[in-house]
Design a protein around this ligand. Structure first.
Ligand SMILES: *Cc1c(COP(=O)(O)O)cnc(C)c1O
Length: 375
């Protein structure tokens, strides 16, 4: 049995909460979604939460809300899960790839500045792998251009002493099982702006003037209208029931992941290997624990192959959209920081059942694959 790279932490409490939602007879978006929105937004320091079907749809709604359309440019990192760039294309706009700092995996004020043009309609900043990006510096450079935060990975990470999401114009979150909190599939937009929250609720639900839950509460005599062309991006109450339980686990999950990451650092430092760390301005939830391959190391696929043979399920580092066939021919500047991380780093197993023996085995297998000896 290989050591898996990630395992969602799911208990009997989640199973019971889901069963309760099913038994209640209300399975689509309803009271549990409303409760989950409130609890999650409070946890990340935002006034409003609007639950949706995924982070991908959350990102799309944010850009749609901002009026992004054909002819517009949106600055994004290429170094991200492909949904970040795709959300821009959903609006008919052009993703403009900016480079990342290879020490953090994140956009910086300098790389964003280099990508801004008069056509820039928004900047989408990713807190990559849970590492908080320096949002105040990027917002200062972006000026009047709105900054959307792709916080898919960053639940519980901190920025300048507050949870990531605090003070965000718009932040998009994911509850896919690869992330720290899961609802199977699911996402959320958080914001402090009540008008934006109201419009986002309408946009996720066909542009309806009132939600199905509101109509139900008002009794039978109310007829809704459809005030704009919108989407069905709703979360179900079954998912939200699970999310409410998951949220109670978040602090414990982060504490354990940070302890496991600290142990990895202890094991990797004597080998001279560089791995992801907290940036100066915040703390990561270590959603992804990546290690940079040293100069002269074999190709990434070879290293991954050797790890697999040793029973370690590692992954290539965070992907780069501009290197994928879907973005072939898409113009972009030189992206050295992005390419370094995408092609010369790998993600090590990190989950709640990882033992100290597992961690030693993982690092031992990596040392073997790279021909390194501890100093
Ligand atoms: C996972 C992820 C997404 C997509 O999230 P889904 O909920 O699966 O749609 C978007 N952006 C980043 C940075 C991610 O890591």
């Amino acid at each position: 049995m290989a050591i898996p790279v990630m395992k969602p932490l799911l208990g009997e409490e989640e199973a019971l909460a889901v069963a309760e939602a099913v038994r209640s007879g209300w399975v689509a978006q309803g009271p549990r979604v409303a409760k989950f929105e409130e609890a999650f937004a409070a946890r990340v320091g935002a006034a409003h939460g609007v639950a949706v079907s995924s982070c991908t749809t959350a990102l799309h709604l944010c850009l749609h809300l901002l009026g992004v359309r054909a002819g517009d440019e949106v600055v994004v990192p290429s170094l991200s899960f492909i949904a970040t760039a795709n959300a821009v294309r959903y609006c008919g706009a052009t993703p403009v790839f900016a480079d990342v700092d290879p020490l953090t995996g994140n956009l910086t004020a300098a790389t964003v500045a280099a990508a801004l043009t008069p056509a820039t309609k928004a900047v989408m900043v990713v807190h990559q792998g849970g590492v908080p990006a320096d949002i105040p510096a990027i917002r200062a450079i972006a000026g009047d251009v709105p900054v959307v935060e792709d916080a898919a990975c960053a639940a519980g990470s901190t920025l300048n002493g507050a949870p990531v999401g605090t003070g965000a114009l718009l932040a998009a979150w994911s509850f896919h099982p690869r992330k720290l909190l899961t609802t199977g599939e699911g996402g959320m937009v958080t914001t402090d702006d009540p008008e934006w929250a109201k419009r986002l609720r309408r946009l996720r639900e066909h542009g309806m003037s009132m939600s199905a839950a509101d109509r139900h509460a008002a009794g039978g005599a109310v007829v809704e209208s459809y005030v704009e062309t919108a989407f069905n991006y709703r979360m179900t109450d079954i998912q939200a029931a699970m999310g409410l339980v998951q949220l109670t686990r978040l602090d414990g999950i982060i504490e354990q992941r940070r302890a496991l990451a600290a142990r990895y650092h202890e094991l990797l430092t004597p080998l001279g290997l560089r791995a992801v760390i907290d940036p100066a301005h915040g703390t990561t939830n270590y959603q992804s624990f990546w290690v940079a391959l040293p100069e002269g190391a074999p190709a990434l696929t070879e290293v991954l192959g050797k790890l697999a043979e040793a029973g370690v399920s590692a992954r290539r580092g965070i992907m780069a959209a501009h290197l994928e066939p879907a973005y072939e021919g898409h113009p972009h500047p030189a992206l050295p920081g992005t390419e370094e991380l995408a092609t010369r780093s790998l993600i090590l197993p990190l989950h709640h059942e990882l033992t100290d023996a597992d961690q030693k085995h993982v690092v031992g297998a990596l040392a073997d694959a790279l021909g390194l000896v501890a100093k």
